[in-house]
Design a protein around this ligand. Structure first.
Ligand SMILES: *Cc1c(COP(=O)(O)O)cnc(C)c1O
Length: 452
């Protein structure tokens, strides 16, 4: 593994762009992060707050009685779509993270039911919100303020006849399509997923098996989204889930923070000034990690430190955060956007996610594809975690934070060195459940050829 290049303030360090261009793994810490408790902070012009996070969670709860009727695998959890919080001591040792630097935990979204990835949170939330608004408008359910509603009504013929008239469409590299397509078609909507050329065949096949229309585009993720958006604008019965602009997606992800708070409490894990929480989140367009980081900052204020992880060839969020203005792409800095981490193969960040994160984010680090495969194999060997390459991106974070100059500078500025033995490092694993075995074996073989 290369020694990470470190940059603290790109404005004062023009060589940062050279490092970025060279595709060298690096950690960048956000000079605009503020310690002001996030609860009193408006997120840019958006004015979203903890109340919106709670509203998203309440929506999931309203739908919980309906979901096992659509997905039998949710009977066990009474319709709750959640993932475990796992201690990862063997992985910690395998990564070489010293115990005096804190303890490693994994938030296992790679095992989320229904969608098999973190997209279960945002994607499903937005489909549910659309279905709910239609059902309200047509009098199939009453307003939530009128008391508990029978959401099982949404599985009955009157609702299905209504939903059948609408198409839900989305542009995706794969996983967002899987979550939107599967949930939309289960509710009775017609569903169309616009896929980029790098989308995996098995993801297309899985969607087609569920009756979802897969529209293939020759270009990258951004072009697939644009094509889907254009088509939707021409049809009033098409609802387009816009990954680059959607607040509903972002808030669906954010609800994870409320559940995580309960899981941390159940494990007696404190989060306060002497018990910092470091969270490492794989980042594509930015909606998923931004939603979760937003929720966590609402709950834990300055004591949670969120870092995004991106492939060295697709660091669109880092490019966005480093830029003074505009919405540059990774191509603009000479990178290829080619990575095996298909969930993160995004050339341009969501401006919405970037605006939300500007005062809240601690930093962004980049990871070489070889390291993704090495950590994918390590997660399997050490903890039996079966993850896809995108989901391995967070595992480089703890050592980069503790050992690089930029990371040590961050810890020093926040006066955290002395409390690191009590720190919690939480790596978010974001996808993998539905990866076919032959495909997964290919990942392990690839790691083996790299000597991992
Ligand atoms: C989509 C995805 C992410 C990142 O989500 P964005 O909202 O695109 O930033 C991370 N990991 C996996 C496996 C994903 O599919």
């Amino acid at each position: 593994m290369n020694q990470p290049t470190t940059i603290d303030n790109p404005q004062e360090n023009p060589s940062a762009y050279a490092d970025l261009r060279a595709g060298t793994p690096l950690l960048w810490c956000n000079p605009a992060r503020t310690d002001i408790p996030a609860t009193v902070q408006a997120a840019g012009e958006l004015h979203i707050s903890l109340a919106d996070v709670e509203a998203a969670q309440a929506r999931f709860r309203r739908f919980a009685p309906l979901l096992p009727a659509l997905f039998p695998e949710l009977a066990e959890t009474a319709g709750v779509i959640e993932s475990p919080l796992l201690a990862a001591p063997a992985m910690q040792e395998g990564l070489g993270l010293a115990p005096v630097q804190g303890r490693l935990w994994v938030k296992a979204d790679h095992s989320l039911p229904v969608a098999g990835s973190i997209k279960a949170r945002g994607g499903i939330h937005e489909v549910l919100e659309f279905a709910e608004s239609l059902a309200l408008r047509h009098g199939l359910i009453g307003p939530a303020s009128d008391g508990p509603e029978d959401y099982l009504a949404l599985a009955r013929p009157a609702a299905r006849e209504l939903f059948e008239r609408y198409q839900v469409a989305v542009g995706s590299t794969g996983n967002l399509g899987l979550s939107i397509g599967v949930m939309a078609s289960a509710l009775g909507f017609r569903a169309a997923v616009h896929m980029s050329s790098d989308a995996k065949e098995w993801k297309k096949a899985r969607l087609r098996n569920r009756g979802v229309e897969v529209v293939e585009h020759a270009g990258d993720y951004e072009e697939a989204v644009a094509a889907g958006r254009r088509q939707a604008q021409q049809d009033e019965f098409t609802y387009f889930v816009d990954d680059e602009r959607s607040l509903s997606l972002l808030l669906g992800y954010s609800a994870a923070a409320l559940h995580l708070r309960e899981q941390l409490a159940a494990q007696d894990i404190r989060v306060d000034a002497t018990h910092p929480l470091f969270v490492y989140l794989p980042c594509g367009v930015g909606g998923a990690p931004a939603g979760i980081a937003f929720g966590l900052r609402q709950l834990f204020g300055p004591h949670v430190h969120c870092f995004f992880a991106e492939p060295t060839q697709s660091p669109c969020f880092l490019v966005q955060m480093m830029a003074d203005s505009g919405n540059p792409s990774v191509y603009d800095v000479g990178l290829s956007n080619r990575t095996e981490a298909d969930g993160l193969a995004v050339p341009r960040a969501s401006e919405l996610a970037a605006a939300v994160m500007r005062p809240l984010l601690s930093g962004v680090f980049t990871v070489a594809d070889d390291t993704l495969f090495a950590h994918l194999a390590l997660a399997w060997r050490m903890q039996g975690l079966r993850i896809e390459p995108s989901a391995a991106a967070g595992f480089s974070g703890p050592r980069m934070l503790c050992e690089s100059a930029a990371g040590r500078g961050y810890l020093a500025r926040h006066q955290l060195q002395a409390v690191m033995p009590q720190a919690t490092h939480l790596v978010w694993t974001t996808g993998g459940l539905f990866v076919p075995q032959a495909e997964y074996q290919g990942f392990l073989d690839k790691a083996a050829t790299l000597g991992a």
